[in-house]
Design a protein around this ligand. Sequence first.
Ligand SMILES: Cc1ncc(COP(=O)(O)O)c(C=O)c1O
Length: 408
Amino acid sequence: MSDLQGLMKEFEEYKARGLKLDLSRGKPSGDVLDLSNGMLDGLDTYLSEDGTDIRNYGVLAGLPECKRMFSDLLGVPAEQMILGGNSSLSHMYTVFGLLWNFGIGGSTPWVREANVKILCPVPGYDRHFALTEDFGAEMIPVPMTADGPDMNVVEKLAAEDASVKGIWCVPLYSNPEGVVYSEETVRRLARMKTADPHFRIFEDNAYGVHHIFEEHRVTNILTCAREAGNPDRVFYYFSTSKITFPGGGISLVTSSPANVKEVLAHIGKQTIGYDKITQMRTVKLFGGSADAIRAHMKNIAALLRPRFELVLKYLDSEFAENGIVRYRAPMGGYFVSIDVPDGCASRVVALAKEAGVVLTGAGATWPYGKDPRDSNIRIAPTYPTLGELDTTMRILCLCIRIAAAEKA
Ligand SMILES: Cc1ncc(COP(=O)(O)O)c(C=O)c1O
C-alpha cells in the first residue's frame, strides 16, 4: 500500500464515524462563559454612582464607573470613551460609515473620492475585510511579520498614494497569528508620513487583556499618535465579548477629544443611550476593578491554555521536522494560524469537512476571501472540549498529510 493509500484508509475510518466537530469560529466555550455567570444575577440598585437611573434613556457615552474601570484596564482616558452595545464591530462599522458618508475632522467623505484603499495586514480578520468590502473600499494586503505589519510596505504605500486612507490593526495577539506589535511598529504607525493628511488607523484591541502563556503589553498608540502630532489618526476599539459574554457584553471606542465629540454627535442620532444595565452588571461582576478583570482573565487563560498547548503539540509532533506546515506559535489571543503547502488549503478544508470537521473557509484570512497561495488556515481552538479538540486535530493533521501527499 502506498503512503497515500494508507492515509486514505485512515481517513475513511474517520468518515465512517459520522463526526460533527467545529474548529471554525473563535467562540468562548461553555466552561469559559460559566466564569461570568455572575452577570446573570440581579442588581441591587438601578442607580449609577452619579444618581442616574440606569433603567431609563440617556448617558450616551456610558456610565462613569464603567468607563473608569476600562480606563484603568487599558490606560485610555475615560472622558474620551464611548461605550456601546455588545459588539465592537458595530462601533467599527459606525465609524467607517461616518468616514464614508460624512467625513470626520473635515476629511472628504470617502464616498466622494474616486478611490478608497484600506491596508489589510494578512493573514487578518475576515470580518474587518467583510466590513471594508461592504462599503466598496479597495483592500490592499500587507504582509505580517513577527513584529506586526511590514512597516516598510505600510509607510511606502501610505506616503505615496493619497487614496490610501487607512489600515486595520489588531495590535495585541493579532487574529489569526497571535502576533504582538513591537513598540517600533506602533511608533512608526503613529508618526509615519501619509499622503492623505486624514489617514486613519483602526486599532482593534479585541484581545487587549487576553494573555494565554505570559503577559505581553503593547505600546499605547493613542499616546504615540498624540505625541507625534497626529492625535486624530487613531480610532481604538475594545469589547468584553471574550471577557464576559459575546451575547451580552460592552463595546468601547475611543479617539482624540475632537473625534470623539464628532462621533458622539452622530451616535446621538442612532440611539438615545446604550444598554446601561449591562454596563452596571459588568461593573458589579468585577467590583469596578481593573485588577479583578485581570484576575478573571487569568482564570480564562487557565481554561484556554491546555487547548492551545494541544494544538501546538500536534503541529510540533507532526510537522516540526518535515516542514509540511509553517506556523508561528501564537503569543496569546484566540487563534492559531498555519500555512500548509501552496495550493493545499482548500483541499484540506474540503477533506476535513468530508470527515466531519468544519474549518474556517480557506481564504477567509485574506481580503475578498482569496488567498493567492491557497495556503493559510485559521484554527480556532477555544470552543471544543479538549477531547473534541484532540480528535479534531488528529483529523486535521491527517487531512494536511493527504493534501500534501496528493500534491507531491
Ligand atoms: C480581531 C477581532 N475584532 C473583533 C471581534 C469581534 O468583536 P465584538 O464581539 O466586540 O464585535 C473579533 C471576534 O472574533 C476579533 O477577532
